[in-house]
Design a protein around this ligand. Structure first.
Ligand code: GLY
Length: 469
């Protein structure tokens, strides 16, 4: 087997999954060089070389890449921050390592305002109606309020308020979910407006799906659809989070989607891709430059936002069931010859276990949390044992966890996820929850209703009702 050196820039469980799938290659012998946010126990064990760059500063990441340049064949990046800050541009300028992620110029995730203008030009039919409020215009707050009020009148207060900058899913406020009167909308608006431009756009009633596609600069290869669970608590209550879990059906479609929905999404993203690509190929778009949140309505999908990287947890639904060799897929991306990828026809469910201070759990459910357990080590051994029992239909990927003196500790974000793989969504969910329950310590908690029959059925019924009109 050919040895291959791979640089992985890591934040969260997404990178642990990428490393795992690389290491399962049957064609190559991967040696993984990890730049990590912390000493992720999974990554430390798998890495040939491991370094912590806690702020994921691009110069420091590049220094590590340069040091091992002669051993590394390519690099891949999970989190948005270094991509937006130009990690690919810097590493490709300073070393001979080709990187799998878009260049800074094509990291359109950095600005929702730029995205809204782009969609308006290329795919106006899927762009919700929007208005931008920019503090750099130096209008008085009184004037801004007058314009905002007229806009809220027009939209009958049914709006989503979004900061321009990426806020890891946490800055967006939606009518009915995060506010129910105009004063609350205004407070949410002002909190974001102090940081930069804010969009007020129409709230779309529908069901969300996550679309992701690999791109080699020449071809766009759509991946199966997944559904993310953004809200912290069961029943889609509580604040937005980075994503508490997600599911994928056995086919490329979600149970509430039609083939026409999927085809429309592919058409939309292809139009955006072609416009950004220009004539011929554009290797600057390499990686997953289009991870789009869509919302399905009675008149087809609308686009909520575009990210320039793999989704977390959404990519975790896909990598474990990728039929192709992931290292080979990466080489094909680099060579501009990735035409298709194949997946097992399995359903997958990802459930995250998170610490009490995540998602406002400890303050909402004061009496559920045993304070003296917080910060104690987390024991993953029971879950790893189940991986063997389930013959790899269960995967455990630590995320915001740190290895200290041979013990694993949860940090402040999504600590560890379990992927269940099954021949339908229910079986995949059972396996995922079995793994989650086998993780002990640290007072971690999880949502119980990720991919539940009730939740999935509710989405299906909701779409049926919307489609009646
Ligand atoms: N699942 C949300 C995100 O990756 O941004």
């Amino acid at each position: 087997m050919d040895k291959v050196g791979i640089l992985v820039v890591s934040y969260g469980s997404r990178a642990a999954a990428m490393i795992d799938i690389f290491c399962r290659s049957e064609i190559f012998l991967p040696k993984i060089y990890v730049v990590d946010k912390q000493r992720n126990p999974f990554n430390v064990e798998k890495a040939e070389k491991h370094v912590v760059v806690s702020n994921l500063n691009v110069e420091e990441i590049c220094r590590f890449a340069k040091k091992y340049e002669n051993h590394i064949d390519f690099g891949i990046v999970g989190p948005e921050k270094p991509i937006i800050n130009g990690i690919r541009d810097l590493i490709e300028q300073e070393t001979s390592i080709p990187m799998i992620c878009p260049t800074r110029r094509f990291a359109i995730e950095r600005s929702k305002v730029v995205q809204r203008h782009l969609f308006q030009r290329i795919v106006p039919e899927v762009n919700p109606r929007f208005k931008i409020f920019d503090p750099n215009d130096h209008e008085s707050l009184g004037h801004i309020r007058k314009i905002a009020w007229a806009w809220l009148d027009e939209l009958d207060d049914k709006v989503a308020v979004k900061p321009d900058n990426p806020a890891a899913g946490k800055g967006v406020g939606v009518w009915g979910d995060h506010f129910t009167n105009r004063q609350q909308i205004w407070e949410h608006f002002l909190a974001n407006y102090q940081q930069g431009p804010v969009i007020i756009e129409e709230k779309i009633d529908g069901e969300e799906s996550s679309f992701q596609a690999f791109c080699d600069g020449k071809h766009l290869v759509p991946l199966p659809e997944t559904r993310d669970y953004k809200r912290a608590f069961d029943g889609d209550e509580g604040p937005n989070t980075g994503g508490m879990g997600s599911y994928k059906n056995t086919s490329s479609l979600l149970p509430f989607m039609t083939l026409a929905d999927r085809e429309k999404e592919i058409e939309i993203v292809n139009r955006i891709f072609k416009e950004l690509k220009g004539k011929g190929s554009n290797p600057e778009l390499r990686g997953i430059p289009f991870y789009d949140a869509f919302i399905h309505t009675n008149i087809g999908p609308k686009i909520l936002e575009n990210n320039s990287r793999p989704g977390d947890p959404e990519i975790l639904n896909l990598l474990p069931i990728l039929k192709d060799d992931f290292v080979d897929v990466c080489f094909r991306i680099l060579d501009g010859r990735l035409r298709r990828v194949a997946f097992e026809e399995e359903a997958t469910v990802v459930t995250y276990k998170v610490p009490p201070n995540y998602g406002g759990y400890a303050t909402t459910f004061l009496n559920r949390v045993k304070r003296n357990e917080i910060g104690r080590p987390v024991d993953l051994s029971g879950a790893y044992k189940l991986c063997r029992e389930h013959e790899d239909h269960l995967r455990v990927y630590p995320g915001s966890m740190e290895l200290r003196e041979a013990k694993d500790y949860a940090l402040t974000s999504r600590a560890v996820c379990v992927v269940g793989i099954g021949n339908d969504i229910e079986r995949a969910r059972e396996i995922s929850l079995e793994g989650i329950k086998a993780i002990k310590g640290g007072e971690l908690w999880h949502r119980n209703d990720i991919a539940s029959r009730e939740h999935v059925t509710k989405s299906v019924r909701h779409m049926e009702k919307l489609r009646m009109f």
